[in-house]
Design a protein around this ligand. Structure first.
Ligand code: DGY
Length: 332
């Protein structure tokens, strides 16, 4: 009987699928990531690992999983997994794309709007009992969104869903992506431009690139200097894609107007992070895909990926297809 270890308890709807397939499972009962030592211990004898993006699946952990055949991440991003090592060992790595696209696009828009209209700042003001004068003409004035230019960096699934939502705001859409896709340009009425043009001309810039060695500090001092003084940066991808020190300087010096971040270099954010001292930033605790429906679906998809692999099939969301050459499914 195949056995799976889960680094956290996941919804029953997903666990039931393992039961139906007679797959034995155990999960970490704590609401926090297991330590590297305990994870190494837990996976010695299991065929599958189902984990969250908070778990760093290091080469050491992968080596410890002597029987491991699949690492099913409950996230679309899989930068927490040493994919090269997994591939070398013939281990399938899977993710959960698609299902969280719309939910994450909603959150990118929530951040964009909250930052442009100073929603968090205004709410803090009300709760602190500072609202003493009923109405003042230029009080808490933010920026209009309607009719402005939206710059999208990375026009993958989530970037496209963000673009679709901008239609109601009658926006000009500029995008930059490593791969230009003319079909999407007509469908979304989006203009392709080089990164510099997107940075220079956009009022709102939203980042939707995966974290890779190429995209680490993708937005740094140089890029921030190119942006309009009135521009707002939104990041719902991965924290290290934005250089936080450079962003802090840019926000403090007024080189850009604001930022909305759902992701950080170190999560949870350290209370010593200077970004916390600024008013022109909205900070969220990595909740891009956090709707109950979507998170449940993500867990179900991760389990389905694990089951497919353990049944000797190519899982629906194989993130390291090169592994098929190392270990074709039929050899499992
Ligand atoms: C992902 O799936 O990569 C997201 O960051 C989770 O919200």
């Amino acid at each position: 009987m195949a056995k799976v270890y889960l680094t956290r308890r996941i919804p029953d709807k997903a666990l039931t699928l393992l039961q139906k397939e007679n797959i034995e499972f155990e999960f970490n009962p704590k609401d926090e990531p297991p330590s590297e030592a305990s994870l190494k211990r837990e996976i010695t004898n299991v065929d599958g690992l189902i984990c969250l993006l908070t778990e760093k699946i290091t080469p050491g952990i992968i080596e410890a999983g002597k029987k491991l055949r699949v690492i099913a991440n409950i996230a679309v991003g899989f930068d927490n997994i040493d994919v090269r090592k997994a591939t070398e060992k013939g281990i399938y790595v899977t993710n959960t794309p698609g299902v969280l696209t719309e939910t994450t696009a909603d959150l990118a828009w929530s951040l964009l709007m909250a930052t442009a209209r100073r929603i968090s700042e205004a709410e803090r003001y009300v709760r602190a009992g500072k609202w003493k004068i009923q109405w003042n003409l230029m009080f808490m004035t933010g920026q209009d969104i309607y009719g402005k230019t939206l710059g999208i960096l990375g026009l993958g699934r989530i970037g496209q869903a963000v673009a679709r939502r901008s239609k109601g705001f009658n926006m000009r859409i500029l995008y930059y992506d490593e791969n230009r896709t003319p079909e999407l340009e007509s469908e979304l009425e989006a203009e392709y431009a080089d990164m510099e043009t997107v940075l220079r001309e956009s009022d709102f810039i939203t980042v939707h690139v995966p974290l890779t060695e190429k995209t680490r500090n993708f937005i740094g001092e140089k890029q921030l200097n190119l942006m309009k003084k009135t521009a707002i940066l939104v990041n719902t991808s991965r924290g290290p894609v934005v250089d936080e020190d450079a962003l802090y300087e840019a926000l403090k010096e007024g080189k850009i107007a604001g930022a909305g971040l759902d992701v950080f270099k170190i999560e949870p954010i350290q209370m010593s992070n200077p970004l916390l001292t600024l008013d022109n930033i909205v900070l969220l605790p990595h909740i891009g895909s956090a709707s109950a429906e979507t998170r449940t679906k993500m867990a179900v998809i991760a389990v389905e990926n694990a089951i497919a692999t353990l049944k000797g099939k190519v899982p629906p969301n194989l993130a390291n297809p090169e592994v098929l050459k190392v270990r074709p499914p039929t050899l499992r």
